[in-house]
Write a protein that binds this ligand. Structure first.
Ligand code: NAP
Ligand code: MG
Length: 399
């Protein structure tokens, strides 16, 4: 067959360890034999981030803004141990943090469901997509211990220097703790826009929840901004698309989610997203099946797997031992990026190929051929556990 042609390149961000190994295998076995692949390549592997003083990460973020679609491999976020292991000049920041800050995006995480792999909540037959607002609240807080006899006040000084003072608590009877948090209208609005555009893109309802009954100014602000943005810019398009936006209380949405069959976007405040994304990911099964896409308010997309570089498997691989690492989330990052590029460039054969590749991968699992993480969860009785490369070869054979 003639190779499928592309128009605009995709930004390709290479990464570290086991996922870097899978990255190359996916390209060699499943992509470049069929597609005349056009990418703008950035090596975000830790050695190259160190060599470029992390400039390569910012360059990749800028390229993503320019080209509109990126695919990223998992990368190491260095800690003290990594600084030693890689003999780094500095403890470079998380690449995902740098890219997200540059693009001002929201991360949407969704599981891939496969026949024969049963979620821990069996009614979840469709994916639940978690969108986490990644700014402010307790993640940018100021906190203090207050000794007994102390007093804590909230003081807001306006541009003219006028002070408003409110008592938080008088710690007469006991010592205690106090915490100051904030958020920004602009950030909340941008989060709302990301959620509503992603909902239109994927034809799913949006659920957003806070605790406005208790937090009448802070959480209420989130509720109001979501409502305003929706009314003004998205309501008509939602009606046309046959999807809905629903606001409720956080405890109510938790109960609804458990009773639901999935298939919606759950927009979460920062802390709720932190907690709920781990709950949802675990309930659906393996981290190897969790995808992640960063969407900016001006519709730039960066696709990746939600998991990390799978270090434990990499050390085995490096010793020449066999590994059974699940490449589905990384493969779906590639197909997600190819599909998005195909949509934007109106390339139906590219879109069709990416869809067939996804189907070949899911059919491979349904036929009983899978990696160890899935074999442990499978309800099939003909399970054949294969190694990292064997799994990709089985997908290639089916494709
Ligand atoms: P991890 O790479 O996600 O792996 C944690 C464990 O989850 C693995 O040891 C493995 O369990 C299981 N797992 C994850 N992905 C799997 C897959 N595709 N197939 C099979 N099993 C899978 O998290 P980590 O070990 O905490 O972090 C490793 C490195 O990744 C760190 O340096 C961290 O900075 C980085 N990281 C990067 C990103 C990113 O780039 N987005 C995200 C998170 C972490 P078993 O060992 O039980 O098989
Ligand atoms: Mg968490």
């Amino acid at each position: 067959m003639a190779k499928i042609q592309m128009k605009t390149p995709i930004v390709e961000m290479d990464g570290d360890e086991m996922t870097r190994v899978l990255w190359q295998m996916i390209k060699d076995l499943l992509i470049t034999p069929y597609i005349d692949l056009k990418t703008e390549y950035y090596d975000l592997g830790l050695p190259n981030r160190d060599a470029t003083d992390d400039q390569v990460t910012l360059d990749a973020a800028k390229a993503t803004e320019r080209l509109g679609v990126a695919v990223k491999c998992a990368t190491i976020t260095p800690n003290a141990a990594r600084v030693k292991e890689y003999n780094l000049k500095e403890m470079w920041k998380s690449p995902n943090g740098t890219i997200r800050a540059y693009l001002d995006g929201t991360v949407f995480r969704a599981p891939i469901l496969a026949e024969g792999i049963r979620p821990f909540i069996p009614t979840w037959t469709k994916p639940i997509t978690i969108a986490r607002h990644a700014y402010g609240d307790i993640y940018k807080n100021t906190e203090s211990f207050v000794p007994q006899g102390g007093k804590a006040e909230l003081v807001v000084t306006d541009a003219e220097g006028n002070e408003t003072r409110q008592l938080i608590h008088d710690f007469k009877k006991s010592a205690g703790v106090v915490q100051g948090v904030h958020n920004l209208d602009a950030s909340i609005e941008s989060f709302a826009r990301c959620c509503f555009s992603f909902a239109l893109d994927t034809k799913q309802d949006v659920w957003f929840a806070a605790k406005d009954t208790i937090s009448k100014t802070y959480d209420h602000r989130f509720k109001d901004i979501f409502a305003e943005v929706f009314e003004k810019d998205y309501k008509a398009d939602f009606e046309k698309a046959g999807i809905s936006y629903n606001y409720t209380l956080i405890d109510d949405v938790v109960a609804r989610a458990v009773r639901s069959d999935g298939g919606f976007i759950w927009a979460c405040k920062n802390y709720d997203g932190d907690v709920m994304s781990d709950m949802v990911a675990t309930a659906y099964g393996s981290l190897g099946m969790m995808t992640s896409v960063l969407v900016s308010p001006n519709n730039v997309y960066e696709f990746e797997a939600a998991h990390g570089t799978v270090t434990r498997h990499y050390y085995k691989y490096r010793n020449g031992e066999s590994t059974s690492t699940n490449s589905i989330a990384t493969l779906f990052a590639w197909t997600g990026a190819l599909k998005k590029r195909a949509e934007l460039d109106e390339l139906s054969d590219l879109y069709d190929f990416a869809a067939r590749l996804e189907k070949a991968a899911l059919d491979t699992i349904a036929s009983g051929i899978m990696t160890g993480d899935l074999a442990r969860l499978s309800t099939l009785d003909n399970v054949q556990t294969v190694d990292s490369e064997g799994f990709l070869r089985a997908i290639a054979a089916r494709l």
